[in-house]
Design a protein. Sequence first.
Length: 124
Amino acid sequence: MKLATYRFKGTLCVGQWDETSRTVRALSLGGAPVTDMVSLMADERLSPMCAPSDQALALDQIKLLAPIPRPARNIFCVGKNYINHAREFSRSGFDAGQSASADAIPDCPIVFTKPPETVIAHGE
């Protein structure tokens, strides 16, 4: 199940995303609409009780937001985690710590954090 946070008619919602039809269906938990992804993930009733709405909303009807719009703390990230990204970054001019080789793959993972304020929605 893919989940999405979105705004529909001014209301923050969490829904089930269907990539094939590019629609989202609002989720409810115990009859109440789900409006917060963090609370949903923490709720032990998620699997048996979480039900998608019958109404499918098209992408052009909603404003897709970041899955967790305001994380509680910094987000841990991994850089150069696949070869194409390592090559792209090496060619970008921002990779001050690596050799000039476009195939420079780090020996160890590059881990960094980003503050919660850096989280934005797709296309923003």
